[in-house]
Design a protein around this ligand. Structure first.
Ligand code: NAD
Ligand code: UDP
Ligand code: UDP
Length: 338
């Protein structure tokens, strides 16, 4: 019986004082690192609403307390300000590891992907928790295979400006598989493709956030390069459903989690314009180094093994983030964290 027994640093899955999550299922104690961020806070909402206990670990590097404030006071929710680069002792059943400086503006020179992942794997090993890594489509680099399947090994520049992120996540995947093979840790790996929705950072340089904020502020949308590069944009609730299906399922992965609908940046600008303001304009800016030319997930593996696929198209999802962006811009709450 996993619900009784003594607790302590070296005990496995023995937590007294559990509350039932509902008929037929015990509530789980779940850590979400990076849970004050964009994706993490939506994931936390889903886990709390299904009856689980959630501990968020976040250093507020890009995350914000505002993303979780509606949960303060909920006895099943706990927020710890902590940098995952430092060790931490907790007793949990599952670890969703999202902590990561996730945009080009923030991720340079940061060891979170390596040291943070190592610590969370060490924690998972010690308490026998299941560990889910949120990796990224960036592990495919500037892909020579299109669309990208999980079997593709990628085309990544090891010494470029974005290498810290790409190679950091590749290393995180390696560590995850090493702990799985070497220490029998139950692991799951998600490779997330571009995701958007409410609570996205307003000013972290990602294209959907940039365009939506620019149009609301009556500024031109900044299209980098010729705007013909492509991305595939997934609405955040689809991603969260995929992450939970992966964690609860029997398969290690890696799994691509993304929406296969592919758009050029010029097409994206057009959809934003149609959605928010038909008088919106664009301006061209030089592109960043090593920008992938195209990206689109092949999601047949997730469809088959996780029974998951995204439901919300770009045209349906974009309007769902506009109010949130409008309110934050109007309130001068630009979401810088800290
Ligand atoms: P985000 O920046 O909103 O969230 C990341 C969170 O991690 C923030 O709350 C930040 O404060 C926290 N964090 C960063 N470094 C930390 C540290 N050292 N210790 C503790 N907390 C730390 O980004 P997001 O879009 O929500 O991304 C979540 C995860 O999904 C990341 O791992 C990211 O790489 C991955 N991902 C996201 C996308 C996307 O399009 N949003 C695409 C691919 C992968
Ligand atoms: N770790 C942690 N919390 C734990 C267990 C481990 O933060 O509950 C950290 C630990 O400090 C170490 C890392 O995870 O830096 C890897 O731990 P592991 O036990 O695998 O490696 P070792 O300590 O044996 O090198
Ligand atoms: N991009 C753009 N204008 C912006 C921000 C980004 O045209 O204001 C382009 C960028 O060059 C890239 C694409 O949008 O080709 C996606 O960039 P983002 O940083 O959102 O995601 P990633 O490159 O990580 O897929």
């Amino acid at each position: 019986d996993s619900s009784s027994g003594s607790s302590g640093f070296f005990s496995k899955r023995t937590f007294p004082g559990r509350v039932p999550a509902g008929i037929g299922r015990k509530s789980l104690r779940i850590v979400v690192t990076g849970g004050a961020g964009f994706v993490g806070s939506h994931l936390v909402d889903k886990l709390i609403s299904r009856g689980d206990e959630v501990i968020v670990i976040d250093n507020f590097f890009t995350g914000r307390k505002e993303n979780l404030v509606h949960l303060f006071g909920n006895p099943r929710f706990e927020l710890i300000r902590h940098d995952v680069v430092e060790p931490i002792l907790l007793e949990v059943d599952q670890i969703y590891h999202l902590a990561c400086p996730a945009s080009p503006v923030h991720y340079k020179y940061n060891p979170t992907n390596v040291m943070g992942t190592l610590n969370m794997l060490g924690l998972a090993k010690r308490v026998g928790a299941r560990f889910l890594l949120t990796s990224t489509s960036e592990v495919y680099g500037d892909p020579l295979e299109h669309p990208q399947k999980e079997t593709y090994w990628g085309n990544v520049n090891p010494i470029g400006e974005r290498s810290c992120y790409d190679e950091g996540k590749r290393t995180a995947e390696t560590l995850t598989m090493d702990y799985h093979r070497g220490a029998d840790v139950e692991v799951r790996i998600a490779r997330i493709f571009n995701t958007y929705g409410p609570r996205m950072c307003l000013d972290d340089g990602r294209v959907v956030g940039n365009f939506v904020a620019q149009v609301i502020r009556k500024q031109p949308m900044t299209v980098y390069g010729d705007g013909k590069q492509t991305r595939s944009f997934q609405y955040v609730s689809d991603l969260v459903d995929g992450l939970v299906a992966l964690m609860e399922g029997e398969h290690v992965g890696p799994f691509n989690l993304g929406n296969p609908g592919e758009f050029t940046m010029l097409e994206l600008a057009e959809v934003v314009k149609e959605t928010i303001d038909s008088s919106a304009t664009i301006e061209f800016k030089p592109n960043t180094a090593d920008d992938p030319h195209k990206r689109k997930p092949d999601i047949s593996k997730a469809k088959e093994l996780l029974n998951w696929e995204p439901r919300i198209s770009l045209r349906e999802g974009l309007p769902l983030m506009v109010n949130d962006f409008r309110n934050r811009i109007l309130n001068g709450d630009e979401g810088k964290g800290l």
